[in-house]
Design a protein around this ligand. Structure first.
Ligand code: TXA
Ligand code: MG
Length: 325
């Protein structure tokens, strides 16, 4: 189905530029509903190589293929489980990535030699229009340097990649603000590989109970599972009793990342993820707040965990990885 959305003149102009760059085998930063991605032609090995170079991403870390129409999944994957079809129907376009048996059309560079390929259909009006105009799907990792904080605004892409930043298709701030949930399959049974913007609860309604893929350091199936990831340069710690920890850090410059408003906590700087205590709002603000705190030249960031339900599970996962040493 072709997108019938209308665009402003400047959006049309940017879409045209992005299209031209990608057709030439170049990399373009694209907005999605989760985070910004660094995109290139999935069927052009040189273009794919540029992404690894720009991100300083190790070759063992496979990429997600982004499509603009659900039917494209058949060009990339085979033996697709029935549960996977149900999930696509329910959640695409949206923040869900599926690990499926790859076809030969998908190069080994993309999958890092694995037999599965990660596929998702993102839900952003500009990027969907772009994907629907291109004669190929796009591989796109998050548009940050490897292991650093993910970008949810064009400015974050510039900050993270500096002079190496490619053309950025400006789609504003990402609405969801946290990466897609990654689901693989054991037979027809869903397996969670990465916590993400689509909640476990929502997935289980459609796919039944999820099992969690145990982290095995020697077999990095999903580097989103790496212990340290999504990390600021500043040291960070998760802490549920912030007033007490602040006392023990008296001589240091400490910034707070709070889940919700704490009127009694008279300390600056502090960033509140959701003044009204809403997990979706917290997810939307998470990476931008981390970027801000990371630029304040602090000795330490103290982060308060959020309630561990819905997208809160993904937020807590990112906080743990950002604070791992
Ligand atoms: O929301 C998102 O998923 C964003 C936007 C741009 O779409 N993309 C994103 O890509 O987060 P990236 O590369 O930062 O994270 C993709 C994760 C990595 O941890 C990678 O290891 C995993 O997906 N992955 C990709 N292909 C895989 C495969 N075949 N098997 C296991 N894990 C895979
Ligand atoms: Mg990433």
């Amino acid at each position: 189905m072709v997108n019938k959305v209308s665009f402003t003149e400047s959006e049309e102009e940017s879409l045209k530029l992005a299209h031209q760059e990608l057709m030439k085998g170049r990399v373009v930063a694209i907005p999605t509903e989760t985070v910004y991605g660094l995109a290139a032609n999935a069927f052009d090995e040189q273009a794919v190589n540029q992404i690894f170079a720009l991100k300083k991403r190790p070759a063992y870390n496979p990429l997600i293929v982004h499509i603009g129409r659900k039917e494209q999944v058949e060009e990339l994957a085979q033996n697709i489980p029935a549960t996977a079809h149900r999930l696509m129907e329910a959640f695409w376009p949206g923040p869900l990535t599926l690990l499926l048996h790859k076809k030969n059309s998908v190069g080994d560079r993309i999958t890092a030699g694995k037999s599965t390929v990660a596929i998702r259909m993102p839900n952003h009006r500009l990027t969907l229009a772009l994907l629907q105009k291109l004669p190929f799907p796009l591989v796109a990792p998050s548009a940050n340097r490897f292991n650093h904080i993910s970008p949810t605004q064009p400015e974050h892409v510039r900050l993270s990649l500096g002079a190496n930043a490619p053309f950025i298709l400006d789609g504003g701030a990402c609405t969801l603000g946290i990466e897609s949930t990654i689901i693989g399959f054991s037979g027809d049974k869903p397996v969670l590989y990465r916590w993400g913007a689509l909640s476990r609860e929502d997935i289980e309604i459609v796919a039944g109970p999820l099992t969690l893929q145990e982290l095995d350091e020697n077999d990095i199936r999903s580097p989103g599972q790496l212990k340290k990831h999504y990390a600021p340069h500043t040291a960070m710690e998760i802490c549920s009793n912030i007033p007490r920890r602040l006392k023990s850090l008296e001589n240091q410059r400490v910034g707070l990342l709070l889940w919700t408003r704490r009127p009694a906590l008279d300390h600056e700087p502090q960033m509140v993820l959701s003044p009204r205590g809403d997990l979706n709002e917290a997810a939307h603000h998470l990476f931008a707040a981390l970027h801000r705190l990371d630029q304040m030249d602090l000795d330490m960031i103290l982060a308060e965990p959020v309630p561990d339900r819905g997208v809160g599970q993904a937020i807590n996962d990112r906080l743990r990885k950002a604070s791992a040493r």
